[in-house]
Design a protein around this ligand. Structure first.
Ligand SMILES: [Ca+2]
Length: 170
């Protein structure tokens, strides 16, 4: 291979890389959010008070202060879970955002598995945090993900609370 052929290959690879990067950035900049208000469920309800219901994490309000009444809160158990039913299968999911409680007790926000799937019997983990997470976490995907359900499984053996979960797709 002569020098011009090598240069041509280099230019080609570089151009392709830029094109793919550009495409990815364009996709991520134009994502649509799954509408708020989808049905959500949780393993238990703190003090049996609807102020802490599962629906609070899909009410469209990302406020992370528990007192504002926009976060779910379970009782304390070895394993807690929460999930949302998106009511249809989305085939081009590219991002999930999580807003966790920040006014108190952030140390409970650990040992969290994020799972997605088209059936609750067939979920797969796309993220696991063993240590404490930040108040606003983003999980991005380089390829389209297919899911109707998004589930959080919490095994920290404490209360579990989360203030909002958002799903974004192409
Ligand atoms: Ca909320």
């Amino acid at each position: 291979m002569n020098i011009s052929a090598v240069l041509l290959v280099l230019i080609s690879v570089t151009t392709t890389t830029y094109a793919i990067t550009g495409l990815y950035q364009a996709i991520m900049a134009n994502l649509k959010k799954v509408p708020a208000g989808k049905p959500a469920y949780q393993s238990s309800l703190y003090t049996n008070n609807s102020k802490f219901a599962a629906s609070k994490a899909v009410d469209g309000n990302t406020n992370t202060n528990m007192d504002t009444g926009s976060c779910f809160h379970t009782e304390t158990n070895r394993t807690n879970w929460w999930y949302v039913d998106l009511q249809q299968t989305y085939r081009q999911i590219r991002k999930i955002e999580l807003y966790s409680r920040t006014d108190c007790c952030a140390e409970r926000n650990k040992m969290i598995s994020v799972q997605i799937g088209t059936s609750l019997d067939n979920m797969r983990q796309v993220k696991y945090w063993s240590s404490q997470i930040g108040g606003h976490e983003k999980i991005t995907f380089t390829h389209d993900q297919v899911a109707r359900y998004v589930k959080l499984v919490h095994t920290a053996n404490t209360y579990f609370h989360m203030c909002e979960l958002e799903v974004y797709h192409q």
